[in-house]
Design a protein around this ligand. Structure first.
Ligand SMILES: Nc1ncnc2c1ncn2[C@@H]1O[C@H](COP(=O)(O)OP(=O)(O)O)[C@@H](O)[C@H]1O
Ligand SMILES: [Mg+2]
Ligand SMILES: [Zn+2]
Length: 338
């Protein structure tokens, strides 16, 4: 579990490796970035580096007794604080403070990692401020959060901020190839819907919920081609009932029609996301010509942009489906059948 195992996040890694090398370590860090992009993994690796007992230039060594024990999660000087229920309460911070009073048992630093720091209550945050103001020299606190604006400004101003980015699609695919050996087919699908988060990709890979949701949405997408213009509203309603983030919902559309386009261009299906829908994609590729497909893809992308600008969701989805429907009507019309 060295820094090598962390995918991407080169800026964060460089900064932390450097501060370990130069022995310039602060008392408070804020790791900011989307869920599942490696904040906890990096915090634990950094904590390991801080307490690694090897005499190597690059820490952690991943081999010494300290490193081994940290990996197993049985090291007394590294503590992880997580929300209990929906929040991190003041009692949890008081407990942290009681522990912070005594010197490390084994290592050089006592490291406290606070996951989902934005879930700290105001009281908890204010309580933590005391430790931030006068930290014992051996204490390092790392707060993880998806949004720095949800952390008390007084804490924020005393912490070093380390930013984590969404991971590139290619990096996520590569990670999944190494991890989920033997099931190559699924990987593009998981990566496509991961939103740049390895954590989310892993969740999707394990969840029946995603599989079911995807089947339902693809069925609804396919209905647009053959339904009446009136039924478009029913489809829109059914999609809205899924209560999903609209951008994620539209990704299903985008990847579906992108796959149809690939299928039309390349009969080997190379690079498609919906690997298990080859027949359906092929059928669809026979109905739509290139121009129609590009029109549909552009409509979906425009809709995603409109939604970023806070357009009315229900109306925007209605309009998009009607536009897609319109493309099918044109195609059918030009062939003389409705
Ligand atoms: N950049 C990354 N490199 C390697 N593994 C990662 C990365 N990001 C996430 N993971 C893996 O995904 C899961 C969730 O990661 P985690 O570090 O808890 O994310 P976060 O703290 O940002 O929510 C873990 O199994 C972790 O190993
Ligand atoms: Mg997390
Ligand atoms: Zn070590």
């Amino acid at each position: 579990m060295g820094f090598d195992e962390i995918v991407g996040q080169s800026r964060a890694k460089k900064f932390l490796i450097n501060s370990l090398k130069k022995n310039r370590v602060g008392h408070a860090y804020l790791f900011v970035g989307p869920e599942g992009t490696g904040k906890m993994l990096t915090a634990r690796t950094f904590a390991m580096g801080l307490n690694c007992s090897a005499n190597t230039a690059v820490k952690p060594c991943d081999r010494c007794l300290s490193c081994k024990r940290i990996q197993k999660g049985i090291y007394p000087d590294i503590k992880i604080i997580e929300p209990q229920g929906s929040s991190i309460r003041i009692e949890q911070i008081r407990e942290l403070q009681r522990e912070a009073v005594t010197r490390p048992y084994e290592g050089r630093k006592k490291v406290f990692i606070i996951d989902q720091g934005d879930k700290m209550t105001v009281e908890a945050g204010n309580c933590l401020l005391k430790t931030f103001e006068e930290p014992p020299e051996y204490v390092v606190i790392i707060i993880l959060t998806i949004n720095e604006n949800m952390i008390l400004p007084t804490l924020l101003s005393r912490a070093q901020i380390v930013t984590f980015d969404p991971l590139p699609l290619g990096e996520i695919e590569k990670y999944l190839y190494d991890r989920l050996k033997g099931s190559d087919d699924h990987i593009k699908l998981y990566a496509a819907f991961s939103e740049g988060s390895i954590g989310r990709a892993l969740q999707i890979a394990e969840s029946d919920e995603f599989t079911e949701l995807r089947e339902e949405i693809i069925k609804l997408i396919q209905k647009v081609s053959s339904c009446s213009m009136k039924d478009v509203f029913k489809i829109s309603e059914a999609l809205q009932k899924k209560d999903m983030d609209m951008n994620n919902l539209l990704d299903f559309f985008l990847y579906w029609y992108r796959d149809v386009l690939i299928t039309k261009t390349d009969s080997s299906f190379a690079g498609i996301v919906n690997y298990d829908k080859k027949q359906e994609l092929f059928d669809e590729s026979r109905i739509l010509d290139y121009y129609s497909l590009l029109t549909i893809l552009k409509t979906i992308q425009d809709t995603q942009k409109a939604l970023q600008a806070q357009a009315n969701k229900a109306l925007t989805l209605d309009v998009m489906l009607m536009e897609i429907k319109g493309v099918y009507e044109n195609v059918h019309g030009s062939r003389g059948k409705i």
